[in-house]
Design a protein around this ligand. Sequence first.
Ligand code: MGD
Ligand code: MGD
Ligand code: SF4
Ligand code: MO
Length: 728
Amino acid sequence: MLFGRKHKNPIKIADKGVVEWKYATCGYCSTGCSIEVGLNDEGVPVASRGVADADVNRGKLCVKGIFEHELFRKTAGRGSVPLMRKSYEDEFDEATWKQALDHTADEIKRIQEKYGCNSFSIISTGQIMTEEFYTLGKLARGVIGTNNYDGNTTLCMSSAVSGYKRSFGSDGPPGCYEDFDHTECLLAFGSNLPEQHPIIYWRLMQTLEKRSFPIIVVDPRVTMFAQKADIHLAITPGTDLVLLNSLAHVILDEGLADDAYIQAHTEGYEEFSRLLKEYDPESASKTCGIDAETIRKVARMYAKAGAAMTIWTMGINQSTHGSDGVCAINNLNLITGNIGKPGGSSLSITGQCNAMGTREWSSCSGLPGYRALESDEDRSEIAEFWGIDAEFFPNKRGMFMTDILPAIETGEIRGLWLIATNPMTSMANTDLMRKLLSSLEFLVVQDAYRDVETNQYSHVYLPAAVWAEKEGCFTNTERRVNLIRNVCKPHGDSKTDLDIFNEMARRFEQGNKVNFPETAEAVFDELKQLSKGRMLDYSGMSYDKIEQNRGMQWPCNTESAPGGSQRLYTDGVFQYPGGKAKLLALPFFDDNERPCEDYPFWLNSGRVVEHFHTRTRTGKVGNANKFSPTPYMEINPRAAENLGIKHGSYAKLTSRRGDAIVMVQCTERTAVDSVFIPFHYHECVNRISLGLLDPHSRQPAYKQCAVNIELIEDQRAAAQANVEARSY
Ligand SMILES: Nc1nc2c(c(=O)[nH]1)N[C@H]1C(S)=C(S)[C@@H](COP(=O)(O)OP(=O)(O)OC[C@H]3O[C@@H](n4cnc5c(=O)[nH]c(N)nc54)[C@H](O)[C@@H]3O)O[C@H]1N2
Ligand SMILES: Nc1nc2c(c(=O)[nH]1)N[C@H]1C(S)=C(S)[C@@H](COP(=O)(O)OP(=O)(O)OC[C@H]3O[C@@H](n4cnc5c(=O)[nH]c(N)nc54)[C@H](O)[C@@H]3O)O[C@H]1N2
Ligand code: SF4
Ligand SMILES: [Mo]
């Protein structure tokens, strides 16, 4: 047999007939890759490519980005006209935009008049443009006037937001990808970077080719990242806080802390160090499952490195101690002086393409530009800018998404507007979600796809344009604002989210007093004015400059470096009055549902590289869907053998909430007492997940609960049930 390139056919790159490339930013994850979409001579998008001179991705794209142009042509399930019906049990009728918007506005007014302003709720997303977020915020807070307005970022980033605020006095990730080039030690908590942020991982690998430094991955599962790590800490689920406290214990105990930094830039040391005494490695190891010597070793490596950084994702955020976990990471970096310096950072790896944009500008948790509803000054400033009465704003934020949905059951919430989020599949406890959404007096779903599961219960469906059918900005993990140029026109008669918000505003009396600019660029100019002089200063940016620089990092004024600022807190001055960061004493309480006799396995859930979330998009793109079209579970071969379950067969999982059928994949990636299921499939893991809430961030602990696993006798029926569970 012959091997080697010499004997193979040369690789041929198909000529797609591209005559023009248009600049955009990828619409899936928060890495923020610059992408170009190629149009043929008929103006049809036929190819995608990474932008070579973009600092983020340097010409690369992952498996999702490289097929992104297919979104425009794979239109199965896309919404092309508005739909309406009296009850979710009826069939939909097609409607004009005027009918659908008039009816929606009437229902909002009716519900607000009858039950009070806050009984109508709005839940949005991390996946529309910043300009759209800002406009929606203006509409929700300044015109409709409901305080029960939040986003799906509560399922995703709210622990990071809350943790940053508690430690530093403000949200805002302080570091950047370039920190990899300077760091001497990288600690990663609950992040599967190679699959979920493939291009950030590739940046890391590029650095490692030139210079070696230790990578320590903390994850109960042997992920691709764990396999690449120098040290993998297979932690007991839900106990990261204990490990973090213990690392800090060793650093203080062995005199490895940066005392000068602590003295100059932090407060709260006394109480913090007092609590840490309880977290000696021997005691901690009993809870977190990492042996004492390893804890000491990692603590020493981290503290002795010239610069060390921590990254984390959902393994920390989606936990009953998510916010505390983030603060503990910040504690670790404050006591070692690793904030705001090259290679020294607490860098939360963000989730959705514009999860940052919503934090900055949507007004979900406050007012635009990291302003707070709780501040008299901020309320007056925004009221004056929008031309409304400051009294119109509440002086405290309302409910989080995870409290809004249960409040349907108590009658506190009567009507709901869902924008680009699919809680029927993404929230824990599917049965409860079905009951809640089906009992609303009025549900309006605004989504690019009409086959999105939440639409089963809507009264009105508003078809939205997707990604580069629109124009606007996304902010990525490293605070880089990047641009999406309009590549092609919206599908069918769908409208951009910006147009939908603007049209809705006109249907309210107050909406005609407030200015709602029509183009994304004009909205950008408006929010830019509001950013001037603030931490998230955009004032040095413009669409053209953003495109030229392939994204610009805030803070960015006219005097900043060409691409903006790489890091925050370089001067050690934090956002709390007085400028000091807080070292927080964070006791650990074990409040998870744990495996027991009836439900002997830990259930962990997350993602795989080829799919994005609830698959409304990647489920339609053949090159993404073909890798894992079927709901499946990773289980350790020894556990499977004990249960008499074979690789490739179907098994039934049961929890206190419900049951689910999955295909069995035997792999050593999971420990004998735990299983892992990707959450991308409807009627799957969230039928059984629990999602206890973090007390500070109200984020669900999707990653921990207890389940039982059974062999299914009738495999044929199970296969059928499994097929039915995939809606595409
Ligand atoms: N391909 C793809 N990429 C994506 C997405 C997608 O859907 N598909 N979604 C984007 C979004 S919105 C997000 S939020 C990110 C999520 O990105 P990640 O957080 O990296 O992805 P997950 O798979 O949800 O979870 C990460 C890891 O947390 C681990 N974990 C579970 N319990 C614990 C624990 O107690 N402690 C620790 N330390 N770890 C634990 C899991 O085993 C898992 O490997 O990905 C983004 N990128
Ligand atoms: N068990 C378990 N559950 C989880 C998680 C987990 O790890 N485990 N992770 C959680 C996390 S981190 C997240 S972020 C959530 C995600 O949960 P969701 O936000 O519910 O999931 P998506 O499928 O991304 O939903 C986004 C919707 O927006 C639509 N859309 C896309 N672009 C546009 C647009 O431009 N305009 C409009 N109007 N619509 C658009 C899509 O078609 C899709 O229906 O899931 C959470 N749920
Ligand atoms: S890494 Fe994220 S932003 Fe980059 S191409 Fe892949 S999905 Fe898109
Ligand atoms: Mo997320």
